[in-house]
Ligand binder design. Structure first.
Ligand SMILES: [Zn+2]
Length: 122
C-alpha cells in the first residue's frame, strides 16, 4: 500500500501520558516497524503453542475488544518464508507481543520485552 508523502504513518501522541520507560519501549517497537520489522510472533519461524480459545477470550476483553477475525490477523497470522526476510525466532525481540503463559498449551509465555535484543540490533 502506498501512503501519500504528506500523510502521517506513525502516531505516538498518546505517549504524553506514558512513563519514560514505557515511551522508550513503544518508540523502539514502532521504529522497528518503520524499519520494516514485523511482529516477532508473526515470523515464519515462530511456533508458539497457543491455546486458541483462551487467546480469543483474552483479546476479546478491553482494551483490545478484538473479534475473532482481528485476533486471527493480529496474533495467529504468520508471514510466509516467501514474503519476508526473517531471523531465527527471537522471543527476546522488542517486536514480540507479550504472551501470558496461561495462553499457551505448555504454560510457557513470552515476557514483556523492553529492550532491543541482540538479534534486533543485528
Ligand atoms: Zn507493533
Amino acid at each position: 500500500m502506498l501512503i501519500p508523502t504528506n500523510a502521517t504513518t506513525m502516531n505516538l501522541g498518546w505517549l504524553t501520558s506514558a512513563s519514560a520507560s514505557e515511551a522508550r519501549r513503544v518508540i523502539l517497537h514502532e521504529f522497528g516497524h518503520a524499519l520494516g520489522f514485523i511482529h516477532e510472533h508473526s515470523s515464519p519461524t515462530a511456533n508458539i503453542p497457543y491455546d486458541r480459545e483462551k487467546v480469543y477470550a483474552y483479546y476479546a476483553q478491553a482494551p483490545n475488544s478484538w473479534d475473532r477475525a482481528t485476533v486471527d490477523r493480529n496474533i495467529f497470522l504468520k508471514y510466509s518464508v516467501a514474503e519476508t526476510n526473517y531471523s531465527t525466532y527471537d522471543r527476546s525481540s522488542i517486536m514480540h507481543y507479550v504472551v501470558p503463559p496461561e495462553l499457551t498449551t505448555n504454560g510457557v509465555g513470552v515476557p514483556f520485552n523492553t529492550e532491543l535484543s541482540t538479534i534486533d540490533k543485528q
